[in-house]
Design a protein around this ligand. Structure first.
Ligand code: 13P
Length: 251
């Protein structure tokens, strides 16, 4: 049985005061929640202060990106060891904003996924189609290429570290959530692909999150889908009340 996994992606939001207040508020409200894995992913610069605010909680910490090299002359980049040093457990990779705003490719994302696993981090690999790709009937082609590309060369022994997040780009920050049927259809197809690439057991154990305008009012119906194992939450994760409500709905 897959344990639900809800993660908050704070993106480029908060400041030193609000990041700590958000982390501390969640730590307080989510005390004693054992049936859901919860993580928050603040901006790099607030990881340490968020870690301190979360230290007595069950809430794990994640980062929103990492570089694949170990150390050296890579101005502006952050390594896996640095993230571990700041108490990170997870790292979001291949987010659509990094693919489409920053220009990250599947090849680069794959290097990061491998580095994260080797560095002892648990990657959340994001995949998802643009609206024009969905309208052209190419959703599964795009998602399959991103899953294959992101996981290229990762063997059966290492794949257990990975969570996949299906985030249709047209649903991110738009208020337009995928319907539960649309989410389930793609999640089921991703699981079938994982079975083909790995094994039935690995596919059955793999957690697949949905992301894209997930909020308190649609949490229950999304999470009721058999292949939706969690949520990657943007906007609603910035409000203690909303994120708490979503987790309590799932718990
Ligand atoms: P929203 O929940 O704000 O749509 O963002 C989703 C997302 O991109 C999470 O990574």
């Amino acid at each position: 049985m897959r344990k639900p996994f809800i993660a908050g992606n704070w993106k480029m939001n908060t400041n030193s005061a609000t990041a700590v207040a958000l982390a501390a508020g969640l730590a307080k409200e989510l005390q004693g929640i054992e049936t859901v894995d919860v993580a928050v992913c603040p901006p790099f610069v607030y990881l340490q202060s968020a870690a301190a605010a979360l230290s007595a909680s069950n809430i794990a910490l994640g980062a929103q990106n990492v570089y694949f090299e170990g150390d050296g002359a890579f101005t502006g980049e952050i390594s896996c060891a640095m993230l571990k040093d700041c108490c990170c457990t997870y790292v979001i990779l291949g987010h659509s904003e990094r693919r489409h705003v920053i220009g990250e490719t599947d090849a680069l994302i794959n290097k990061k996924v491998k580095a994260a696993i080797d560095g002892g981090l648990l990657p959340i690999l994001c995949v998802g189609e643009l609206l024009e790709e969905r309208d052209a009937g190419k959703t599964m082609d795009v998602v399959e290429a991103q899953v294959r590309g992101g996981l290229e060369g990762i063997c059966n022994e290492r794949i257990a570290a990975v969570t996949i997040a299906y985030e249709p780009v047209w649903a991110i920050g738009t208020g337009r959530t995928a319907t539960k049927e649309q989410a389930q259809e793609v999640h089921q197809a991703i699981r079938a692909l994982i079975e083909k690439l790995y094994s039935k057991d690995i596919a059955a154990a793999m957690r697949i999150q949905y992301g894209g305008s997930a909020k308190p009012s649609n949490t229950a119906e999304l999470m009721a889908q058999p292949d939706v194992d969690g949520l990657l939450v943007g906007g609603a994760s910035l409000k203690v009340e909303d994120f708490t409500q979503m987790i309590k709905t799932v718990a």
